[in-house]
Design a protein around this ligand. Structure first.
Ligand SMILES: Nc1ncnc2c1ncn2[C@@H]1O[C@H](COP(=O)(O)OP(=O)(O)OP(=O)(O)O)[C@@H](O)[C@H]1O
Length: 322
């Protein structure tokens, strides 16, 4: 298990947007999160990312697991350049790099005695080994590869993040979370601003991605390619389906039809019982004196009717999303 939601509820503006949501996500699972507009998909992602707390129930994250969350409109420090944003997943590496630079400067000082020189050199070696072990020498190559894959202009790393277009912000935000190599990726509408080649690149990337992914998307073709499980959010609850989006659509249709059939059967049964009660009462009153036995049978039937668990009428058609 990487993350689990246990009977999670979230109240926003006096409305239970999520009322009772439970599921478990295993390592490496690819989940498409779907549901009508306003059903709470973004809210659920924010709860999983830990940027918002549930009002009911709990979210469990496996100890030490890292989450990468791409919001619909990625945010960053207004003074940051794109390179700052792309380097932010490598904060520890950059700290090592800074220390190595400082040690190199100190080594260049001709007044150093042998003993101090040796100490600085030893420390430099430790930093360098750590830097290498953590992939420090590949950092810039990896950043460049992602920038190219997402079709961002070559000069984009030098630009201020705040000056980018919405589409460019999405791409840079995507590049940032991908570079952070999380155990769980949460992507909110990542395809919205992507051009065709960037979309293909992302599909390819995700197909090789070994971590877990939860992706909200209105693009059914994209979902079919990247998801092997679907969480369907509706009326504050979720239903889980195995398989891709096309499979989900078929399964859901069948489930709804079966539910509708059961609802119609029950409605027919109720109608029949109501008619039978009415007839029994009429017969009971027609006899002289009125038949206590027939009234009793009618009352028993009324009680059975009251005890019946009423099925809700399933909504077969509603504005679909995606
Ligand atoms: N901070 C907030 N305060 C009050 N209400 C909110 C807040 N955030 C979201 N909502 C409301 O909660 C509901 C769910 O919103 P959410 O964005 O999670 O849905 P969604 O399924 O992601 O929608 P869409 O598909 O349109 O992006 C909506 O009715 C929205 O107006």
């Amino acid at each position: 298990m990487i993350i689990a939601a246990n009977r999670v509820g979230k109240n926003l503006d006096d409305r239970w947007v999520l009322s009772d949501v439970s599921f478990v996500i295993e390592r490496g699972e690819r989940i498409g999160l779907v549901g009508p507009n306003g059903s709470g998909k973004t809210t659920l992602l924010r709860l999983l990312a830990g940027v918002m707390a549930p009002d009911r129930g709990e979210v469990f994250l496996t100890k030490g697991a890292r989450i990468g969350y791409l919001e619909q409109i990625p945010q960053a420090d207004p003074r940051a350049t794109v390179l700052d944003v792309l380097r932010s997943p490598f904060a520890e590496l950059m700290e090592l790099e800074r220390e190595m630079g400082e040690l190199a400067n100190r080594m260049a000082d001709s007044r150093l005695d042998e003993k101090r020189m040796e100490r600085i050199l030893n420390r430099y070696q430790v930093c360098q080994e750590e830097f290498e072990k953590r992939g420090g020498y590949e950092m810039e190559t990896r950043i460049r590869r992602v920038v190219r894959g997402l079709n961002l202009p070559e000069d984009v790393p030098d630009r201020p993040f705040a000056a980018l277009s919405g589409g460019e912000k999405t791409k840079v935000g995507l590049a940032q979370v991908l570079l952070s190599e999380p155990d769980l990726l949460l992507l909110d509408e990542p395809t919205n601003h992507l051009d065709l080649s960037a979309l293909e690149w992302l599909e390819d990337f995700l197909s090789q991605w070994r971590g877990a992914v939860v992706v909200v998307s209105h693009d059914r073709y994209f979902l079919d390619r990247v998801a092997n499980r679907i969480i369907d959010l509706e009326d504050g609850r979720c239903t889980l389906y195995q398989g891709n989006y096309t499979h989900f659509v078929k399964e859901k249709e069948q489930r709804l039809l079966a539910e509708f059939q059961a609802y119609r059967e029950q409605q027919k049964k109720i109608k029949k019982m109501e008619e039978a009660i009415k007839r029994l009462r009429e017969w009971a009153n027609r006899s002289n004196p009125p038949s206590a036995g027939l009234h009793r049978r009618a009352s028993n039937m009324e009680k059975a009717l009251k005890r019946m668990e009423l099925l809700e009428r399933p909504v077969l058609e509603r504005k679909k999303s995606p």
